[in-house]
Write a protein that binds this ligand. Structure first.
Ligand code: ADP
Length: 874
């Protein structure tokens, strides 16, 4: 078929020119009240958004596939496309269609990508939305991340020898999008496994050190990066410059709210590997993956979104330095004992708005009048808040007070200038108080005056013409008109000019009415334009104060987080932990912060723990399934973690020796997503712990070795405990829950290992969980009893008991040769468990007696005897 010769209209040509530059995006092309998509974009968008695909084209031109979404509901569609990994280029009309000559000019004003969202409808209130970038220079990784919706901008540098830490940070930050060169993304082990991460490949030029450095100094208007702390960190500079390059490229408008970079060291915070974060359910639950049921949900009594985001960050980045922790703890402490102050501060904070996000919208020119009102209302609360905070002498609260800037002048300006209850759009007036601006007042007067005149005119005309039913009305097409019904048309005076004929009457205008109309409409148009002008001026004034306002926002957020920690401490009866640096952890009547809230009040059984660097390094915890082992171990980890964020803890008393890291290896779950077997995942996690834990770490091991055969598993668990307990190997504080009763032997062999068990009471064939942790080992596993509790039919549990009895009889021979402690390394490998007797029995079972000679039999007997004797000798 011959190619059809097609003409394109100027608009389609304009579309194609713009699309040419945004090939990797869906182009939302503004046409009147719609964003339209054409060609392939339309096909994709109609499919993804489930909207109708139509086509357009005049005769003689090609028909073009198209679909569209109304501009006022664009955010829902954007959300859908972003969540599916698309980027959207927003193309607006950039000149007034009324004054445009020929086709209206259009340009892309912004590219919306998952990491650069500022639309509040697309953001979650208490969750940051980060764009991250990674770069590599001189044996180091630079990792920068920014939340465009709040202005937070952070960077760190990590030596290449600690690539794992880079991944850990990345998983903690959970960026919505990562900007990175293709080469670097291929070089980071594990990056491709983060299936949810949207990766955008950037040009290497964006990350060039010199360019990046220049871009940063230019953006922040500074001579060196010394004040930000990254002058000497080339990889960090490169990553930060990369982020900024990407933002310039996608955001077109000002990034004025990005005011500073905060350089941090990963060493300031406790590193929590992804498995540990997951296992401890810090911000989401293991199974459902949602916030409710997480530690965050329990702690979160924040009343502002900014506070919610900060508290989340605190939880995800526990502190490790004593001074930093006590500073926060002291602030929490004074608030716990002052109910009145807590209530008053909370009431004031409730009236504040998310000014971080408001400022960012102002900077990107997308703020509306309600945002200004939000800022106004916030500023109004500040003097009272500062006054309230002055009563406290703890350092942190003092600092917060000093860093809240009331910006009185600005506040007064906003109070004077803004009308309450403005419309959502900023270009239709109704925002600015007429009394704020004489000219505006004049214009408003004129237009309302005009309207009054029109009303008076109606009366005058009725009298003049004698038409009682004469009406003056208004519509968009004809403006003001005089309406006369058919029966009165004979009374219409000569100066009326006919405009429109209706079925039951006619519409006219006359000279006076036209003059009033001009006055009203002109005045209205001018006042709307003037209001917008004033809005822009106010916006400028606000942006002049952006540093103070951002500082204020941070302080409010931190205050809210402290308040939240104080609130949860009081409500849930937490106490202030005593912190020490001698490694001793003594918790009396500790509770699991989440589980205690999930069961009826008063039902949680508190438990103690004593861990130190000497005699009480390792606890081997035994007890039946469901007895409460996991809960207990997690509770210890969570209490230690809470202490590190400066929080109070659920216990009667607690001495918490600071730890450098917390590791957990909890439960066995198949990692189907990555196709790894349970056992592989488990061993990976154990290997990770063994490679990274130190004597200052706290390790939680729940049922290691489960994913393989009993003897393999037990041997592995045994060796792991030896390794983590040994002062010359790791010597960490460790809690181990296990089904392998053999491990309890370790307590009598190794220094620092103690046995504990979760007590259960037996009531005939039933068992009762009493959830109490007691010293010593348990002698029974109660597996069948637990199975019965779980609802296994009695027929099965009875039969299981029979089988168990038989098995126990068979094994008595083994039981009579108790396990001996390993002496040397070789012996330990050879004879940890009664493996040899198993081997002998197995060989005997398999032997074919018919085909064997008496001599062979005798030789075998001799060999077996040697094996069994050798085992006994060890
Ligand atoms: P295990 O690890 O021994 O199999 P879990 O720690 O999973 O047992 O505990 C099983 C259930 O028992 C938990 O879901 C919790 O509801 C309850 N539980 C655990 N510890 C306590 C406790 N100290 N007080 C009250 N209930 C508890």
């Amino acid at each position: 078929m011959a190619a059809k010769v097609t003409k394109t209209t100027p608009m389609v040509q304009q579309y194609m020119d713009i699309k040419q530059e945004y090939q990797d995006c869906l182009l939302f092309f503004r046409l009147g009240d719609f964003y339209e998509m054409f060609y392939e974009d339309a096909v994709v968008a109609s499919r993804e958004l489930e909207i109708v695909l139509t086509s357009r084209g005049d005769s003689g031109t090609e028909r073009i596939p198209m679909c569209g979404v109304p501009y006022h509901s664009v955010s829902g569609y954007l959300a859908k496309l972003l969540s599916k990994g698309y980027k959207v280029a927003i193309c607006e009309q950039v000149e007034d269609p009324k004054t445009a000559k020929g086709i209206v000019k259009r340009a892309v004003v912004r590219v919306v990508t998952p990491g650069t969202i500022i639309e509040e409808q697309l953001l979650r209130e208490k969750v940051n939305n980060y764009l991250a970038a990674i770069s590599y220079i001189d044996q180091a990784w630079g990792l920068a991340y920014v939340d465009l919706s709040t202005g937070e901008f952070k960077v760190t540098q990590i030596p290449s020898s600690q690539s794992q830490l880079l991944m850990t940070e990345l998983i903690r930050i959970k960026p919505a999008e990562l900007y990175i060169t293709e080469t670097n993304s291929a070089a980071i082990p594990g990056l491709s496994q983060l299936s949810e991460l949207v990766v955008t490949h950037g040009a290497p030029g964006d990350f060039r050190y010199e360019t990046a450095y220049a871009r940063l100094t230019e953006h922040f208007q500074i001579h060196s990066l010394r004040a930000f702390g990254c002058e000497e960190l080339p990889a960090a500079v490169s990553a930060t410059g990369g982020v900024l390059a990407y933002l310039y490229e996608t955001q077109k408008n000002s990034l004025i709210h990005l005011r500073k970079i905060v350089t941090y060291e990963t060493g300031q915070f406790m590193t929590l590997d992804p498995a540990t974060r997951r296992n401890l359910e810090l911000t989401r639950t293991f199974r459902a993956g949602d916030t409710s049921g997480s530690l965050f949900a329990i702690l979160d009594y924040t009343v502002t979104s900014m506070g919610g985001r900060t508290l989340r960050t605190w939880l995800e980045q526990p502190l490790v330095q004593l001074a930093a922790i006590t500073r926060r703890q002291a602030a929490v402490a004074v608030l716990t004992v002052n109910l009145e102050a807590r209530e008053s501060i909370r009431e004031l904070l409730k009236n504040t708005y998310d000014i971080q996000r408001i400022l960012s919208k102002l900077a990107s020119n997308s703020a509306n009048a309600r945002d200004l009102l939000g800022l106004k209302n916030t500023l109004q609360e500040l003097p009272k808040l500062k006054e309230l905070l002055k009563q406290f002498s703890v350092e942190y609260i003092k600092e917060i007070e000093q860093n809240i800037f009331s910006c009185t002048e600005l506040s007064t300006l906003l109070i004077d200038a803004l009308l309450e209850d403005p419309p959502l759009t900023i270009k239709e007036g109704g925002i600015i108080n007429p009394s704020f601006h004489p000219e505006l007042a004049h214009l408003k007067d004129a237009s309302s005056q005009g309207r009054r005149w029109v009303a008076e005119l109606e009366q005058q005309e009725r009298e003049r013409t004698g038409i009682k039913s004469l009406k003056i009305g208004f519509n968009q097409v004809f403006g003001y008109y005089i309406e006369v019904t058919n029966s009165n048309l004979n009374m219409v005076p000569a100066d009326y000019i006919r405009k429109q004929t209706l079925t039951n009457g006619e519409r006219f205008i006359n000279q006076t009415l036209k003059e009033y109309e001009d006055l009203i409409l002109n005045a209205h148009e001018k006042s709307v334009a003037l209001e917008y002008q004033i809005f822009l001026e106010i916006r400028e004034k606000i942006l002049q104060h952006i540093d103070e306002l951002q500082q204020t926002a941070t302080s409010l957020a931190e205050l809210d987080s402290i308040l939240s920690l104080a609130e949860v401490a009081v409500r849930n009866h937490y106490i202030k932990p005593e912190l020490n640096e001698n490694g001793k952890i003594v918790i009396i009547d500790g509770r699991h912060p989440v589980v205690e809230r999930m069961i009826p009040p008063g039902n949680f059984v508190p438990n103690d723990v004593l861990l130190d660097s000497n005699d009480n390094r390792t606890h081997i915890i035994t007890g039946p399934n469901m007895a409460g082992k996991s809960t207990y171990m997690r509770q210890v980890a969570l209490i230690v973690l809470l202490a590190h964020i400066g929080s109070f803890v659920p216990a009667k008393s607690a001495q918490i020796g600071l730890v450098d890291r917390i590791f957990t290896r909890v439960g066995a779950s198949d990692d189907l997503a990555t196709g790894q077997s349970t056992f592989m995942v488990e061993m990976n996690e154990v290997a990770y712990i063994l490679n990274h834990a130190t004597a200052k770490s706290l390790i939680i091991l729940d049922e290691i070795g489960r994913g393989t055969s009993t003897f393999d598993g037990m041997s592995i668990a045994w060796a792991v405990v030896e390794f983590v307990n040994h002062p010359n190997r790791i010597g960490a504080k460790t809690l181990v829950a296990t089904h392998y009763h053999e491990l309890t032997e370790l307590a009598s062999i190794l220094d620092g290992v103690k046995n504990y068990h979760v007590a259960v009471q037996r009531d005939g064939e039933e068992i009762v969980f009493i959830r109490k942790i007691m010293p010593g080992k348990t002698d029974q596993s109660y597996g069948i009893e637990v199975a019965r509790l779980a609802g296994l039919p009695t027929e099965i549990t009875n039969r299981a008991r029979e089988i168990l009895k038989m098995l126990e009889k068979h094994q008595t021979a083994d039981l009579e040769t108790p396990v001996k402690p390993p002496v040397s390394e070789t012996e330990r490998q050879l004879s940890l468990f009664p493996m040899d007797s198993e081997v002998v029995l197995e060989e005997l079972r398999k032997m074919d007696l018919v085909s064997i000679t008496p001599l062979q039999a005798l030789n075998l007997l001799y060999e077996w005897q040697q094996k069994l004797r050798g085992q006994q000798a060890s």
